[in-house]
Design a protein. Sequence first.
Length: 131
Amino acid sequence: GLKRGNTIYAGIIRARLASKFSHSAILIGDTLYQSTFLGGGVHETPATPEILSQYKLSTEFGDDALALKRFQERRGFKYDWFSFLAFLLPGTYRDAKRDYCFETSKYMMGGEVHGRETPETLLAFMLGIGA
């Protein structure tokens, strides 16, 4: 799912990405899988009704078993502040042992992460029109 967010930080991300969304997560059952700074990186969180109300959730996408396997591969990765340099400077910056939310979501959906991921690249991937 994609989240707009209402914090100053979320507003900065939305403005820099030129997007209505500042965060993404994967919902499987009653658990949300995501990467957040405050959560310490890639982790899972119980999906309460209050939390779910903040997301625009898509229909089911992909294979839950594969998504959970891929989550386990990334579980414990720290939050990837370094990749945000790609949003500020020319070039591609990525720490392969860290993830930010859009990277975690795309990887769990079966995609490969090669560069900057955004809400729009996730949507394009889901529609089959992006790598």
